[in-house]
Ligand binder design. Structure first.
Ligand code: FES
Length: 574
């Protein structure tokens, strides 16, 4: 309901005709802002993760300019502000360590400033959940605008996908099927335009989640970064956020349990990244929504994968856009979607996709004749993962999804790197590779190392997949029969810490079972002898993180960030 006479929270800063109001307005005017912008109109914060160290988001100043056009056009007052950016390819030890830190930056930046509504500019993997988590804890009217995927990679007449082809080419070099000089030539061919990874990796998955949750506009996920329609979407988002402030339409009114159920089903239908599991759990935690790891399996397991995109398939996001994008997928899901869920444009998700048309059935299949019958995320349980673990069936090898094998254990990532290429390593393709101490506390930050490369001597046999188990995550662009997010993790004494070389492990995805086949008494003996690692971090954010991070099954948020504090105007600073 619109109320054009309502006073917005920004009026607490810009409204008073006194000393404090003078201070708030006067310093802002040094930017050339005229008096009429301080007349009580909605102030729209444009939360920007632009950074030259985050190449996927390096075009965001231009996107922000288009958002501003829309805000001005609708009678709002746009103010762009930076938050810490997270560049997936450069940051060490892993961007995931900093997702929660950025969410705090976002939350506190919004609450501390004269902002009435916010547009979140997101792209590279962790920037999306980090900004949505922070905004959810403030609960103002919010629209998320993704930066869009890169154009398809083109290498010697072939389409190549971010990440997915890196892993493949690297294996080819490892087994002698590709020359190093050709591998290096592919670099520039893969990343040839602005935008984020153009496979259905984590960035494209999270951009799709934004659209499926209703906190982004239709087509948010698929429009390429350099397509002029990406700027149109940003412009329209700028107009719409002003209306949302007038309507007082808060993010919590969009992010309901139904919205999360829709997102889980859409994630299955797009063959989305396992990282979405952790991020959506964390976002739901901020809003107090009853949504847990079991929901991922219960809601998504009967949804087939409709989208033929890498890493599960062969096409890329540019093709997905030309085929009709996410609205086609959502429409195809029919009754599996809560069609009356509200979205940021004021319409329901059902209304948004009503006219969606598919222009390429090779790229987006029908529900009746899907791309793969197994979409979704399988949530595993058993004595090796009492609080759960996940596997993405659409990226796994069907024959390996029911497998019993001898464990080959790596104590940490350095141990893995040190021994994996050793011809004397006692391993064959029937073994189960186990990697410890890469979880939230152990790495720290839960790195994307779960898709361990296979030993060269196995790749040379032409074998490209083995069962791999860890407490790590994996890149959304990766593939394989990879069990991830084992909880509790090894570093806090989860059963994964107790696995030894030669133990037999059983994986049965159909039964959702992950079992360490040793007697209970032996497991108890090993547990009694287990020593926790020494505290590695004495100060700073690392210490705060390790002391407060929750396990993967809780979204790996910091325990004290769960919930929201709203956006009440804090006390004056002077
Ligand atoms: Fe940024 Fe993949 S590296 S989205």
């Amino acid at each position: 309901m619109s109320n054009k006479d309502r006073k917005f929270r920004s009026s607490a800063w810009f409204g008073p005709k006194d000393r404090d109001g003078f201070v708030h307005r006067s310093w802002m005017k040094n930017q050339g802002l005229p008096e009429h912008l301080f007349d009580g109109r909605p102030v729209i914060g444009i939360c920007n993760t632009w950074s030259e160290l985050t190449p996927c988001n390096a075009h965001f100043r231009k996107i922000a300019d288009h958002v501003k056009r829309g805000v001005y056009e609708a009678g709002g007052f746009p103010l762009e502000f930076p938050v810490m950016s997270l560049g997936e390819t450069l940051m060490r030890p892993t961007t995931m360590l900093f997702r929660n830190l950025v969410s705090m930056d976002v939350e506190e930046s919004i609450r501390a400033n004269p902002i009435d509504g916010v547009v979140l500019l997101v792209g590279c993997d962790k920037t999306t959940p980090a900004l949505v988590m922070g905004a959810a804890s403030c609960d103002l009217p919010t629209i998320t605008v993704s930066g869009g995927p890169m154009l398809n990679g083109k290498f010697r007449g072939q389409d190549i996908g971010s990440g997915t082809n890196v892993w493949k080419f690297s294996e080819d070099v490892s087994c002698g099927a590709m020359e190093l000089s050709d591998f290096l030539d592919a670099e520039a061919c893969m990343s040839r335009s602005a935008g984020h990874c153009m496979t259905m990796g984590t960035a494209s998955t999270m951009a799709s989640m934004v659209e499926a949750l209703g906190i982004g506009l239709p087509m948010n996920a698929a429009i390429p970064a350099v397509d002029s329609r990406r700027y149109v979407l940003a412009h329209v988002a700028g107009r719409r956020i002003v209306e949302m402030v007038h309507e007082d339409l808060k993010i919590s009114q969009i992010l309901t349990r139904d919205a999360f159920e829709n997102a889980v089903r859409v994630n299955a239908a797009i063959g989305g990244s396992t990282n979405a599991v952790i991020h959506l759990l964390a976002i739901a935690g901020r809003l107090g929504i009853d949504f847990d790891l079991a929901d991922w399996d219960a809601l998504g397991c009967d949804i087939p994968c409709l989208v033929n995109l890498m890493p599960s398939g062969e096409y890329l996001m540019e093709d997905f856009f030309y085929a009709g994008g996410l609205p086609v997928v959502i429409r195809e899901l029919g009754a599996a979607i809560h069609s009356d869920a509200l979205t940021v444009n004021g319409r329901t998700i059902g209304e948004n996709v009503q006219a969606a048309t598919c222009y390429d059935r090779d790229v987006i299949k029908t529900f009746a004749e899907p791309f793969k019958s197994l979409g979704g995320i399988a949530v595993l349980h058993g004595n090796l993962c009492p609080n759960g673990a996940v596997l993405k069936p659409s990226a796994a090898t069907p024959e390996l999804m029911n497998h019993r094998g001898r464990a080959v254990v790596f104590e940490n990532i350095e141990d893995f790197h040190g021994r994996i290429e050793d011809p004397a390593l006692d391993i064959d393709e029937t073994c189960v590779m186990v990697l410890k101490n890469c979880g939230p506390c152990g790495y720290p930050g839960m790195a994307e190392v779960g898709n361990m490369p296979l030993p060269p001597k196995i790749l040379q046999k032409g074998i490209t997949d083995m069962v791999r188990i860890s407490d790590a995550r994996m890149s959304g662009t990766a593939y394989g029969t990879v069990v991830l997010h084992v909880a509790p993790e090894a570093a806090v004494g989860g059963p994964l810490a107790l696995v030894k070389d030669g133990d037999m492990i059983e994986l049965n995805v159909a039964e959702r079972r992950l079992h360490l086949d040793i007697p209970d008494e032996e497991l108890a003996r090993r547990r009694a002898a287990w020593q926790p690692p020494e505290a590695a971090f004495e100060r700073g954010y690392y210490k705060l993180y390790v002391e407060h991070v929750m396990q993967a099954d809780r979204g790996a948020d910091l325990d004290f960030l769960v919930g929201k504090s709203g956006a009440e105007v804090p006390r004056e600073s002077h």
